[in-house]
Ligand binder design. Sequence first.
Ligand code: UGA
Length: 463
Amino acid sequence: MPEIDAMDSVNAIKVSIVGGAGYVGLVTGIGLAEVGHQVTCVDICADKIEKLKRGSSPISEPGLEGLLQKNMGAGRLSFTSDLEKGIPPAEIVFIAVGTPAKDDGAADLSQVIQVTEDLVRHLQGYTVIAIKSTVPVGTVELVESILRRHKREGEEFDIVSNPEFLREGYGLYDFFHPDRIVIGARSERARQLMHELYEPIIYRTVKGVYDDAADARDPVPVIDTDLASAQMIKYASNAFLAARISFINEIAALCERVGADIKEVAKGMGYDPRIGRTYLDAGLGFGGPCLEKDLRALIKIAENNHCPVSLLRAVLERNEQQVREVIAKVKQLAGYLLYKKIITVFGLTFKANTSDIRNSLSLRVIEQLDHEGALVRAYDPVALCEVRSLHPELVLSEDPYEALIHADVLVILTDWPQFLELDYARIKQLMASPCIVDARNLLDPAEMRAYGFRYCSIGRAGV
Ligand code: UGA
C-alpha cells in the first residue's frame, strides 16, 4: 500500500468506535483517522488497547501498523478502554462489537445491548449512533428503545445502519476502495453527517491512495436506504457469496463424476458478465468468522418470520458436505483405513493472507482425521502461534519438510502461495507414500503426477 497523506481540507469529525480493537472497528478507526477525522477507539479488551497504545496492532493486516503509528503520531487517533474518556464529545459513535452465533444460530446481541446501556451515560449533545456490527432487522429499534429509556436532558441522537463489507487480508484496501457504502437511516440530519464522514472516500480524494488509472473512476455508489434494508443488504451479500461457493463446489462434485475440470468450467462461466469470475473457486468450502455465522443468523431470522428458506439451508448443508468429501479423498489415497496413518496438513487459517483461524474448516478436517485414528501433523506459514495457544494438543511443525517425513498423505487445506514454492521432488522423497489431496486446487495436477504423486483435488480428474 502506498504512503498516504491525510486530507488537509477534510472537515474533521469527532468519531468514537466502540469495539475499536476488533477487526472491523480497528480498520475503520485507522482508515477514518487517515482520511483526516479525529478518532478514538474504545474497547473493553485492555490488553489489545495497551498494545495499540504502543503502536502495535493486535491483528495482522497489510499496511495497518504503519497507518496506526502515523495517525497516532499526527494526534488523530487514540485508544482507551474507558468509555467515559472515549465517547464525549463524539459526533458519531460507531458500534462495532461482535455478534457471535448463539447455539441456535441466531446472532448474539448481548455485546450490542451492553455497550448501548453503557453509552447512555456518556453521550453529549447531538450524536449519531452508527451500527457497523452485523445485526438482524429489529436491532436498531432495540438500541433505540434502550437509549430513549435512559435519555437525559439536552441529549439528542439518531441511529443509522452502516454495514461493513471488508475482507480479511484486504481490510485497508477495501476501506479505501469500497464497492459501495450503505447508509440506512430515518433522519436526514444523520444521513448528511455520514455522507460528510465518508466524503473523501466517496470522491476518492484521499491523497496517495487513488493514484493509478484504475482509480480514476466515478464516485463510490452510496446506497441511501431505510434501516431494515441496510441490515438485509449485509446478510444477503454474505449469503450470496456463500451460495456461489456452495454452488461451484456442487458443480465440482459433478465434474468429477463426468470427467470435466471445474477450473475450466468456472473460467467459462465467469466470462458472462451476468455471472462474473469471483467466488467461483471450488475447494474446501467457506470458513472464517463471517459467512457461515451470518448465513445461520439469516436462516434464524427467516425461521422467526415464518419464511421458508430451503435454498439457504442447502448452501449450508453443501458446505458441511465439502469437509466430508475431503476426508473421503484422504481415505481413498490412504487405503480407506486412517488408523495410525501419518497425515500431514498444510494450512490452518480459514483462507490465505490472514493469521485468523476462527471457524477454519482446516481445524474441522483435522478433528475428523483425528477421530478416525490418524496421526495428524500440521504446518502453516503464519498461524502456528495462534493454533498452539488454542489447540495445544495438535502436533505442529515449524518446517514444512520436517512435517512430511514418513507421511502417508499430504492434505493442502489453505491456498497459501508459499505452498507453490516448495520443492515437490524433495517432498516425494520424504514421504512414506507420495499422495496429495489438494483441497484448494492450488497445484498443477499434471506436474504433480509427473513428480510421481498420486494426486487428487476438487472437481478435477482423480488420482
Ligand atoms: C467475508 C466477505 O467477503 C466480506 O465482504 C465481509 O465483509 C466479511 O465476510 C464480513 O462479513 O465481515 P472474509 O470472511 O474475510 O470476508 O472472507 P472471504 O474472503 O469472503 O472468504 C470466506 C471463505 O470462503 C474462505 O474460507 C475462503 O477460502 C472461501 N472461498 C472464497 C472459497 O472457498 N471460494 C471462493 O471462490 C472464495
